[in-house]
Design a binder for this molecule. Structure first.
Ligand SMILES: [Zn+2]
Length: 365
């Protein structure tokens, strides 16, 4: 059993019976908000929604969250400004035909077949801090090249900042969409249309076993079959194309302060779990030393919950030596919505952990 708190959203009609249930079970609770819609509406009203002309050109600040288009413009601009070190590639298209792109960051020495760190963000639509954290990593590796050159000496970094742009853009449309998690391909069940599969349950490794749902209306819907979503096919193909050189796969989610490694489909540990633990723990220790934030480290199943068909298990199975899911800190009324004023502290803290994990990789592999 986890000792951590859980946040639950309850409709106004169900609130009093839900409270009775908690009391019957002797669970300690606190009402964080009695009108969630109003809280989310206020957040939307406060957002600087109007993208500037030329948005995405030059450096992105940490003052706000960006649209998918702005993020794509930003990485294209980096590739134009640093043509020897930065390469952007279109690797596929989302269900709604948004471009899925990777940015590969090198030190520009032209040496082929270096080891690879593969990072992605934006798997789950509502986890806006994830792409924000990945953008900060890109900024550190490109614009702060001198101080981070050692991370690129024997490694190329391949980064996909936005895995699920359809879901991400959907959550930017209003308060009722803000907490949407999945992709946007429609599925019908019993005459009802529900949108999307959980991309992090859609991978073909123990697909739809435990911790996933067969119901299209559930948040953890595994899809009608493995790799039913174009977005997960793109990650799969990238993993296989990089596996020979791939040392670490790192996927950024929120929230909960966890550094998780395989397996997520079983409570068993891989033979090399001690190596995975060393790397993850290096990240957690560095963050705690720098900011005091504590990350819990362990296998997905043992520390969080069983969840088959996730990308971290697949990446490890595909051949990455280390595969880690990083669940960042929670913020805002629901944990998934840190205010814009806290982006800077969240993403700079994340980078401290990621850099420490990369240093551990360099030492070990
Ligand atoms: Zn997530």
């Amino acid at each position: 059993m986890s000792r951590k708190d859980a946040r639950v959203v309850v409709s106004p009609e169900q609130l009093s019976s839900f409270k009775s249930l908690l009391q019957e079970q002797n669970l300690i609770y606190e009402l964080l908000s009695d009108n969630l819609e109003a809280v989310l509406a206020k957040e939307f009203a406060q957002r600087s929604l109007v993208p500037l002309p030329q948005a995405g050109k030059g450096r992105l600040s940490t003052e706000r969250y960006y649209t998918h288009e702005e993020i794509m413009n930003y990485i294209a601009d980096l590739a134009a400004r640093f043509p020897k070190r930065v390469f952007v590639r279109t690797v596929g298209w989302s269900y709604e035909q948004r471009a899925l792109k990777t940015i590969t960051i090198t030190n520009g020495d032209g040496r082929a077949n270096k080891k690879v760190v593969f990072v992605d963000g934006g798997f789950h639509a509502r986890e806006w801090i994830s792409p924000a954290a990945v953008l900060y990593m890109i900024d550190q590796l490109v614009e702060h090249f001198e101080e981070n050159a050692y991370l690129l000496k024997d490694y190329d970094w391949v980064i996909q900042p936005m895995v699920n742009p359809d879901g991400y853009e959907h959550t930017q449309t209003g308060t009722t969409a803000r907490m949407f998690r999945k992709t946007r391909q429609p599925y019908r069940q019993l005459g009802l249309t529900c949108y999307g599969a959980d991309p992090n349950r859609n991978f073909d490794f123990h697909w739809n076993e435990e911790g996933a749902s067969s119901s299209p209306c559930m948040d953890t819907f595994a899809g009608p079959h493995a790799f039913s979503e174009p977005e997960t096919i793109v990650i799969r193909d990238l993993m296989h194309s990089l596996a020979d050189r791939g040392v670490m796969y790192l996927t950024i989610h929120s929230y909960g302060n966890y550094l998780l490694y395989p397996w997520g489909w079983t409570s068993d540990l891989p033979d090399t779990w001690q190596d995975l633990d060393d790397v993850a723990r290096a990240g957690g220790d560095a963050i705690e030393a720098a900011t005091g934030t504590v990350y819990e480290v362990g296998s997905s199943t043992n520390v969080l919950y069983i969840a088959a068909g996730a990308s971290d298990d697949y990446g490890f199975y595909a051949g990455f030596n280390v595969s880690i899911t990083m669940e960042l800190s929670g913020g805002g009324s629901l944990g998934f919505n840190p205010p814009e004023s806290s982006i800077e502290s969240f993403v700079s803290e994340t980078w401290i952990g990621v850099r420490a994990m990369a240093e551990k990789l360099i030492e070990k592999y």
